[in-house]
Design a protein around this ligand. Sequence first.
Ligand SMILES: [Zn+2]
Length: 253
Amino acid sequence: MAAAHKQLHDLLVQSSEEIDLDTIAWQVGRLRIEDGGLESSEGRIVVLGRSGGTIRVKQGMNPGRRRFTIAHEIGHFVLHPTAGLEKSDTSSSFTVWKDASEEAEANLFAAELLMPEFLFKARCRGPVPSLTTIDKLGADFQTSTMATAFQYVNYTNEQVALVVSEGNQIRWFPRAKDFWPRIRTGVLHPYSAAGERLAGKAGDTGKMVRAPVYAWLADFENDQERDIMEDSRYLDWYDRTVTLLWMKEDLSD
Ligand SMILES: [Zn+2]
């Protein structure tokens, strides 16, 4: 996402602490950031021609989500310039990442603005994959869990995939480039930890746990022997379950 890198380059950003959204918002188009004044939406941008505009964020969001929301609105301004730009975003806007919509574009821009490859990639290399690892990265880069998980899968060299499900339906699953198996589609398997959580049999896993390969991977229906690692957590703000899958042992024969 070169448009995001350009903003950071112009400000000579060299560390995540230097990614100052107030300054970037002003730099791109005299945008001011204000908290509150929103009822149904999480974020909103209103632009009044060349005189600038306002980004509003809902009051009471945690700092990481607040920053991601602001970065998303900056993304709309940079990527979707129109006279009298006016956009409102609800939490569902922040769950769209892979289609051709403006929401997905704004999310990709925001992820790359807050977790640019030149700062983030090296930090993904080394720690054992888990949602706790992602939490730590999200805290260091001051951004949301969902965005951090997406960016982690993009830049890690581990064989991981992120599966996002809504209710018991698997919605989408970005995979790291070395994660070669096909992931099952449709309904969460009852023998996955995410499925057990949904059935009320267990809570969030809280760490990587073993699940049978056939619970997550297509083409492994008859493999009763092997496991895949899974860390699953329900994110109430998005009403989605996120699962980090990890092929700890190579599954190719
Ligand atoms: Zn949006």
